[in-house]
Write a protein that binds this ligand. Sequence first.
Ligand code: HEC
Length: 180
Amino acid sequence: MASTPMASATPSLRRALRAVARTLLALPLALLLCFGFGGEAMAAQWTSEQLTVPATADGTTVTFSEQEIKAGRKLFNTSCGECHAGGITKTNQNVGLDPETLALATPARDNVEALVDYMKDPTSYDGEYSIADVHPSIRSSDIFVKMRDLNDDDLRLMAGYILTAPKVQGVQWGGGKIYF
Ligand code: HEC
């Protein structure tokens, strides 16, 4: 008498366990599909147009790889993010990192070379005097110790990130002061 309910419970229990096992096996695969390949697909959406930015003031351009821009973003977030997250300047909203503001500085800062120069020895917006004593730079790395870890290539990658960010992120970069 007692064996009848047992006999029918066991197969259904087995079925339930098999369903759980299938779900557990499928889960990592689903996650891999979403985040693994999804991430790749997103990165591949950056066009070479977006990755190409002015190298110098004379119109020469340079095309970065996605890996370089990602490395630049990481360095930027660590070294500059505290004040410039999202391309704005927390303590001076007038001097953001959006292309328009960079272009109107003296000399214009909307190219890799000028940005690298700025990171080495930053100047006032009108270019008249050094602000290295108040802005992180290689020149003032005795005060701004985070700058000690950065080499020339790191500076180049961060410049690449600053210049490609508005092309990839649009108006989100620099607080919406971007002209199309
Ligand atoms: C402690 C806060 C702080 C940190 C950290 C910081 N900055 Fe700045 N940054 C400022 C301020 C304030 C200004 C505006 C300076 C001025 O008055 O001209 C500025 C201006 C700039 C400008 C000029 C923008 C323009 O439109 O002309 C650039 C480029 C820049 N920073 C790049 C960087 C980079 C790259 C890093 C990281 C290596 C960095 N900054 C780290 C505060 C900071």
